[in-house]
Design a protein around this ligand. Structure first.
Ligand SMILES: NC(=O)c1ccc[n+]([C@@H]2O[C@H](COP(=O)([O-])OP(=O)(O)OC[C@H]3O[C@@H](n4cnc5c(N)ncnc54)[C@H](O)[C@@H]3O)[C@@H](O)[C@H]2O)c1
Ligand SMILES: [Fe+2]
Length: 399
């Protein structure tokens, strides 16, 4: 990257880092059981509510668990269950329409990142009826207060229950992008491990690796704070201790509970300290091929970390030691390499492939363009890459 562009990116990132203390970051009010759902809703004077979810959660009986709580309390509800993985603008518009038709007063975002993001973006459209989704792409484009959002994560991955982001796909343009603004942080999050015990192993693994990527990218970036470093370390420590347990035994209540906490901590870390090129490349793959987000991230993480090389050694080594992933005393380089080896070993044990079959060479320039636009100048990555340098990541991921 040429020196002027580098200077521009780093100045932009520094400006954002300097204003972190005065920005209106907040955390959702946390609850640990669905049993408090009805009280939460009633105490806010809400009598009609929209549940935004997906077909998988309806089939798994998880939506029913929420419905029962609402029915017992005499709260009327409508259900939007059309959300697809990598939720689309159409999903957002349909959810918004149902909210209006059912005269709902609040939204329960029930699901993984896809349903939660669909709900968040629908809330943006409800609050800003004249602004199409694509105009809210990027940072600080929403501004207004949203209808009350109650997030109930059913995967332990995205951390969307605490982040200021919603990631939406425009299928016509094969473009997946984030809306990022403070009103999108849900007011309430219910972290009830019971809704995650039925997650199939391949979703437990990839969503758990997504959480790991959030923590790692936030920690090795240049815009950390004491708080985000602490949250990232806690997330990696919990993932190190619990992800394989949850993968091998989905009914392990303690592992599931701790993984929900890990995803939350990682979400809190990256909400203030951003992600990096793993995410910008993963989003472009999601937009082009519908590649599941966690899968793309898991495959890309070791590739991107190796490509950063020595620029990331110090911070990776710090993270590896503080989280207990690497316990022996070694040089920064060897500790960082051990950390990357651990990521690869986790992928192997959970049968996550080391490469992605979907990638077609002719699509790489378009995807790298999207990835470059998403990453630069916003993400405070250890090394800045151009579109051409990003293209190498796709090539490495397809081999
Ligand atoms: N907003 C953010 O801050 C943020 C952060 C990272 C990722 N994301 C986005 O989140 C999306 C990915 O979310 P995800 O990884 O959680 O997956 P997902 O929401 O797409 O869900 C994947 C599949 O798992 C099923 N599922 C979910 N919970 C289940 C359960 N408890 N039992 C059985 N099946 C269940 C769903 O029905 C779905 O078919 C992507 O679009 C990604 O870009 C958002
Ligand atoms: Fe993610």
């Amino acid at each position: 990257m040429n020196i002027l562009k580098k200077l521009w990116c780093r100045t932009y990132q520094m400006a954002f880092r300097m204003v972190i203390p005065i920005l209106p970051y907040r955390q959702p009010e946390l609850h640990d059981s669905l049993d408090s759902m009805a009280d939460i809703v009633r105490s806010r004077g809400i009598s009609r509510i929209l549940i935004v979810t997906d077909q998988g959660l309806v089939r798994a009986g998880i939506c029913r668990m929420v419905q029962e709580k609402l029915e017992a309390a005499g709260i009327a509800y409508a259900i939007y269950d059309g959300t697809v993985p990598n939720p689309t603008i159409q999903n957002v518009e349909e959810a918004r329409q149902l909210y209006l038709d059912s005269q709902s007063q609040a939204i329960i975002a029930l699901g993984g990142g896809s349903a939660m993001d669909c709900a968040k973006a629908a809330a943006c459209r409800i609050a800003r009826p004249r602004t199409p989704v694509r105009y809210m792409k990027g940072i600080l484009k929403v501004w207004v207060r949203l209808p009350l959002l109650i997030a109930v994560p059913t995967t332990a991955g995205t951390g969307s229950e605490t982040t200021l982001a919603a990631v939406i796909t425009d299928p016509e343009k094969h473009h997946k992008y984030a809306i990022m603004d403070f009103p999108l942080i849900p007011r309430i999050a219910v972290l009830d491990y019971r809704v995650t015990t039925g997650l199939p192993p391949h979703i437990t693994s990839t969503t758990g690796m997504d959480a790991l990527v959030h923590a790692v990218e936030a920690f090795i970036g240049r815009s950390t704070t004491a708080y985000t470093r602490r949250m990232a370390i806690e997330a990696v420590q919990l993932i190190h201790e619990n992800l394989l347990r949850a993968y091998h035994d989905g009914q392990d209540a303690e592992a599931r509970r701790q993984m929900l906490r890990a995803a939350y901590c990682a979400g809190a870390a990256f909400s203030q300290s951003y992600v990096g090129y793993v995410h910008s490349v993963a989003h472009s793959l999601g937009g082009m091929y519908g590649t599941p987000h966690g899968l793309a991230n898991a495959v890309l993480l070791p590739i991107v970390l190796k490509q950063y090389g020595k620029a990331a050694y110090r911070r990776l080594a710090l993270l590896a030691r503080a989280s207990g992933v690497v316990r022996e005393v070694k040089s920064e380089k060897l500790t960082a390499e051990d950390f990357i080896n651990w990521v690869e070993a986790m992928n192997r044990e959970m049968q996550i492939p080391s490469h992605l079959d979907d990638i077609r060479r002719e699509d790489i320039p378009a995807m790298a363009t999207y990835a470059e636009k998403e990453g630069n100048p916003l993400y405070p990555v250890p090394v800045l890459w151009t579109r051409r340098e990003l293209e190498e990541i796709y090539v490495k991921a397809m081999k």
